[in-house]
Design a protein around this ligand. Sequence first.
Ligand code: GDP
Ligand code: MG
Length: 704
Amino acid sequence: MEQHTLTVALAGNPNSGKTSIFNKLTGARQSVGNYPGITVDRKEGHFRWKGTSVRVIDLPGTYSLTAGSPEELIARNVILEEKPDLVINVIDASNLERNLYLTMQLMELGVNMVLAMNMWDVTERRRLKTDLEVLESILGLPAVKTVGSRGRGITRLKDAVLESRGVRTSSPWVKGASTPIKKAVNVLCAELECINKQHCQWKAIKLLEGDSVVESQEDESVVGFASQLASRLETTRGISSGMLIARARYKYIEQLVAQVVVKPVSTSMSRTDKIDAVVTNKYAGIPIFLVMMYLVFSFTFTLGEPLMGYMEQFFEFLGNAVYNLWPAGSDSMLRALLVEGVIGGVGGVLVFLPNIFLLFLAIALLEDSGYMARVAFIMDALMKKLGLHGKSFVPLLIGFGCTIPAILATRTLENRNDRFTTLMVAPLMSCGARFPIYMMIIPAFFPDAWRAPIVWLIYLFGILVAITAAKFLRKSVFKGEVTPFVMELPSYHLPTPVSILRHTWDRAGEYVKKAGTVILAISIVLWVLSSFPKKTEFSTDYDNQIAVLEASAIPTTEVITDSITALENARQAEVFTHTITGRLGKFFEPAMKPLGFDWRVTTALLAATAAKEVFVSQMGVVFAVGEADEDSSTLREKLRDNYTPLQGLAMMLFALISAPCVATIAATKKETESWKWAMIQLFGLTVLAYIITLIVYQVGKLVI
Ligand code: GDP
Ligand code: MG
């Protein structure tokens, strides 16, 4: 039998269920998420149906097909250049109006198309009567009901794919009664040389929208003519031709939906609507979000605290066990490396694994239930008031996990100004790697009842600084108009334990993997830098003085213990300041002193640029190196002995705001395609951190 091969591309809005349908069609497993922008890479799969082999390409989810965002451009280029035989447009049928906007643009491209009316179960639950026959006859396209998450309608979709190879589309809104914009499209269309009428129309529309990619491919004279038409429209109508086109599309959609969808007559609300009425309420929305965040932190503290204690005991035990493998008095370098560098460094980071696990568990719960999408929606109104794009908040929320995917997620922002603004401030969201820093410092200095509120305030402070900085950037460097945006709200799902655990497991696994590889390597390097060169000559004979003190008074009084501690600290300081990192710390100490940081904290902060967790491991190394003998006090006890709570707060603030880790800088460089913005981010944030910490520490000192 002859082998047919069809190529099919899946296009649709983010969260319309594309990935679910892709998986059901091809049997492949893919990540299913609640955020727009999770499907960034190109995914391919195959299936065979009735003797035909079909190749499926999953396009990035987009709301539109402008040349503004990389994702939209990818989707468009695949369609234009690879010319798939068919496009399956996955539509969230419960949000028909918004989803059809992309459909209009796909139709403008003149592709062969089938509509997958997904989320059909939701429309039924909401009792939205959608007449598919009317929709099919008006648009001239086959439409199939599907429920991607459960695989309903997939067989019919496969049939439709085979049957409808011949259905070509064109821009429906250009036909009919002629308004100035339609006239302009037709006039311009006549001037263009194209394969066919659709292609001409598409190019004309793109030129009137000011599409930079199409402009660069056309003759200068044509582009000039188009911009003439556009500016004439703009002077007569008062708005840009791009906006006129968007309006014409929406107007067409509005009329179409009015004929297709019958709104439910009953006044009873769906469960989702009822929850949303409260959760996304204009006044209650933000307070509820703040309470949710607070609950997350009190959850991670109350449950995490005892577990963290066990982890501490375990690593202490491990450290002692390894230490005792060598005879007493041995000065084995390997022992020092293992105990101080590896167990002190990596162990110091792994101690916080239970807290990290609980934090990610809570975030996964909020994400998978659909609540996080609401947060973005709630913030949308606030962000708009500040002149920022509502969609920016989605990448920022992702930043609670890790800044790098957050930076990648800014690709969903069409407008370059919005995108760069969001990307520049994304590191201000407290990522998972900052969490151990807070977990180390907060219990060291603050009583139980204060712990959750303080970490909550730190997170809020990060959000606040991010929004303020974004507003500043949007008003100065990235000036420009705000593009309108309709936020989508997926229905609430009761998250399944399996998917929650998988999400949490994945992220906690990343943390462990990072600790075992990157952090391990950095810890070893830093241990070497923190141990050499070795100090042999001391300014005074500490050992002798300590021995004298110890012998002088039995039983030991508090005064004597204190002087012994002081002597031990002085000796350790001499040992450490002789080493490379110690010298670096000493060198920068004068600059950091006004922020409340001594040379030890300074070295840890410098090292944290490699990866934020390294602050924790480096503090572990700094306090372990040069210790007279095995000291039973934990790192947190040492912190409490050496610093004030205000200094602890200053450390957290500086770690939150200052230079993001190298991986973030690399991501920024890659996404902005310039070192300039990466460097501005690096130095800008560090300067900002310096100023804010300086103010907080100096004012704090006066007040306390
Ligand atoms: P994508 O962003 O377009 O790739 O969308 P996904 O396939 O990741 O789906 C987003 C969410 O919607 C996931 O939680 C899916 O389980 C869910 N989902 C997908 N299709 C349907 C459907 O037909 N009905 C319902 N109720 N949920 C669906
Ligand atoms: Mg997807």
